[in-house]
Design a protein around this ligand. Structure first.
Ligand SMILES: [Ca+2]
Ligand SMILES: [Ca+2]
Length: 170
């Protein structure tokens, strides 16, 4: 991973924590306003468990499980890069690129109204008491994209990429 990649990822992570002022009211029932938040990749720069793997899942706050399609969580080691669609270009050189699942399954594309705020949470599954590794709120704005850094200093460090598009399946 290059220094510039790391720096830009950190900057984007900071930007995403700022409140966005252009949230438009959701227009219920107006399908043409509907957007897709597309999960792109999740790179494990470092994981939370000392045993070699985290068992990861993603939640959409208020809606439940986003990834994988059902429990249990996906076993992920350091340097794994999970790719949700067909594009692995956000994965660092030398990372272990892995598909998140069937690329034709739409569970990795989150429907959202224009301006809607969607909170995604990354969790590590444990036998007793799962650990929340990160949480970020994305405002659905067409053409937007970003990198979220979910980390605890000296412990885990996950880079998550997404982009927002119009809904090709209105
Ligand atoms: Ca675990
Ligand atoms: Ca744990």
């Amino acid at each position: 991973m290059t220094t510039s990649w790391r720096r830009s990822a950190a900057l984007l992570g900071l930007v995403l924590t700022l409140p966005l002022a252009h949230a438009a009211p959701a227009s219920a029932g107006h399908a043409s306003d509907e957007l897709m938040i597309r999960l792109e990749s999740l790179y494990a720069s470092d994981i939370s468990e000392s045993g070699g793997h985290d068992e990861l899942y993603l939640l959409r706050k208020g809606n439940g499980l986003v990834w994988p399609g059902e429990y249990p969580g996906i076993s992920v080691a350091a340097n794994d890069c999970i790719v949700f669609g067909a594009d692995s270009s956000m994965c660092p050189d030398g990372s272990n690129v892995r598909p998140a699942g069937d690329q034709n399954v739409n569970w990795a594309n989150l429907r959202a109204a224009g301006g809607e705020q969607v909170t995604l949470e990354l969790w590590d599954e444990d036998l007793i008491g799962d650990d929340k590794l990160g949480s970020s709120t994305i405002t659905a704005a067409e053409g937007d994209s970003g990198t979220v850094l979910w980390r605890k200093s000296g412990d885990w460090r996950y880079h998550f990429n997404y982009r927002v598009t119009t809904n090709p399946w209105p």
